[in-house]
Design a protein around this ligand. Structure first.
Ligand code: PMP
Length: 432
């Protein structure tokens, strides 16, 4: 609309060239509620993206905002003095911690972004092992700061900034679909590669400090690893006495239909990172959660001005409570299956729609061209059609060929079906 155009033009004039507007029609947002958001011209959209998987309890969730308002009136920010807000969140995170960390963990808050939590994990792994080499995986995304960029696989994000931290080796992240896993052995091959990286002192890492992995890859294209992969990594990490680190920034806090995506595999990390949905309704907040055996830092061993942000912490605790009280994990599992089923039906007889995958409301659908190659243009066109018809969807994958859905967990089945009507039309329209 006209107001949206005005704001977009202004943005292009005065904002950073790094801002990447995703659409081809001008949309500027004004207000959000639950799983919907309204633009400045009065149009309403179903939000199947939730600000990159941040708004798990919906836009401006009133139960969370009630606590935010109370806290804002009392105290917004301190540092390391105890506050109920910080201690309540630490207790809440322990309550929902995966089995092997529950009752045996520590939480460190540093900076507010996911990248900050990744940096803390890197420091903790290096400090505890005395090592400096890290194993990460192809297709990974871990953030925009130097350490997190080094762990991120995609060279496009980092080649202009080398040298970063030196010793990161990227191993293959196995995917039955992408590998066209004919012998069913991509998992074993990937694990062998990790072992070789650790054991070969010349071609590999001289002094490994840990393994860093997304239990479900997000930016890489919503890739769920085969059964046995994370278990295998767990064994390798234990054998070599190095920490296994899970990046749950996108996959955690209920997104996958479990509190943590690692729970789908029954594997416990030594260190895990969380952010995005942690700030409840979109406040910036991240944390690094680790086994208490690794709690070796001296006082001040890790720092960050915003490590005591009471409002973000109150919001985070309330959001977790809200998910518990409304049983949104079960809802995410059920609704996610339903969404995947509908997408799969849309793909029946359509060679352009490949694998539909994910867990819970962490969903990806891969598109290929007539020759079976990744088709980013098709997904871009589907996204545009959806924007024009009132549904916000996102993309993922190195070739941009994965349609990614990360709706709020409060999305109702009715609203999901309304959004899916549009998405399925878009698929038909673009791949016809
Ligand atoms: N890790 C993962 C798995 C992510 O998806 C992201 C963000 N997309 C990050 C780290 C970085 O988080 P932030 O953008 O808040 O720094």
């Amino acid at each position: 609309g006209p107001k949206g155009r005005e704001l977009l033009e202004k943005q292009e004039r005065i904002d950073s060239s790094a801002v990447k507007y995703p659409g081809n029609i001008p949309i500027a947002f004004d207000a959000g509620k639950g799983a919907t958001v309204r633009d400045v011209d009065g149009n309403t959209y179903i939000d199947m993206f939730a600000g990159i998987g941040v708004l798990n309890v919906g836009h401006s969730n009133p139960y969370v905002l009630e606590a935010v308002r109370e806290q804002t009136d009392k105290l917004v920010h301190t540092v390391d003095f105890p506050t109920e807000a910080r201690l309540d969140l630490i207790e809440k995170l322990d309550e929902i911690a995966p089995a092997g960390l529950k009752g045996e963990n520590r939480v460190v808050f540093g900076g507010p972004t996911g990248s900050d939590a990744v940096e803390a994990a890197i420091k903790l792994a290096k400090y505890n092992t005395g090592g400096d080499g890290l194993i990460a995986f192809r297709g990974s995304y871990h953030g925009a700061t130097s350490g997190a960029m080094a762990l991120t696989a995609n060279k496009g994000f980092k080649d202009d900034y080398t040298p970063l931290i030196p010793d990161v080796v990227h191993a293959k992240y196995p995917s039955p679909f992408i590998d066209r896993d004919e012998d069913g052995d991509s998992c074993a091959r990937a694990l062998k590669e990790v072992e070789e990286i650790i054991e070969d002192p010349y071609g590999g890492l001289a002094n490994p400090a840990g393994i860093f992995v997304e239990p479900i890859q997000g930016e890489g294209g919503v890739i769920v690893p085969p059964e046995g992969f994370l278990k295998g990594l767990r064994e390798i990490a234990t054998e070599n006495d190095i920490p296994l680190m899970f990046d749950e920034i996108q996959s955690g806090l209920g997104r996958s239909g479990q509190w943590w995506a690692s729970e789908w595999h029954g594997v416990t990390p030594d260190i895990m990172t969380t952010a995005k949905a942690l700030g409840g309704v979109g406040f910036p907040l991240s944390a690094t959660i680790y086994h208490e055996d690794l709690d070796t830092w001296d006082a001040g061993g890790h720092a960050g001005t915003y490590r005591g942000h009471t409002v973000a912490m109150r919001a985070g605790t309330r959001a977790i409570e809200y998910i518990q009280e409304h049983d949104l994990l079960a809802h995410a599992r059920d609704l996610g299956e339903h969404v995947r089923e509908r997408l799969r039906s849309a793909g029946k007889g359509n060679d352009r729609l490949g694998e539909v995958r994910g867990r819970g409301l962490f969903i990806g659908a891969a598109f290929v061209d007539e020759d079976g190659n990744p088709d980013g243009d098709a997904v871009k066109a589907i996204q545009q059609y959806c924007f024009e018809h009132g549904v916000l969807v996102w993309t993922a994958g190195r070739h941009g060929n994965v349609l990614r859905l990360l709706p709020p967990l409060v999305l109702t089945r009715d609203l999901a079906d309304t959004a899916l009507d549009v998405i399925v039309d878009a698929i038909d329209h673009v791949t016809a």
